[in-house]
Design a protein around this ligand. Sequence first.
Ligand SMILES: [Zn+2]
Length: 106
Amino acid sequence: MTNWQEAKLAREAELCFASLAMVTDYDCWKEDEAAVEVEDILRVLHENAELARRSVAAVVGALPSQRTCGCGSALANAIITAPDKISAEARRRLAPIVGKYFEEKP
Ligand SMILES: [Zn+2]
């Protein structure tokens, strides 16, 4: 499965993004593997869920308190609409994501 949609949406929201992908079986492409059984998938799924929980906890615990990447300002130069052409309704609707770019500069 791809997650380009999630990566794109995270970028548009100026969020850092990483994915963690886990495999439950090789049934669909690896011809030398036996056919997969539902029980096997469920067992691996549960193992993966626990591994994912531990992985996320470890990663979150290792993150710096301040991010130094450019994700938080990814849209700084992305709004090309003239400020006076952005309606009040659009400013209100987009404020949670890009409101900081609508503020008047001193
Ligand atoms: Zn980032």
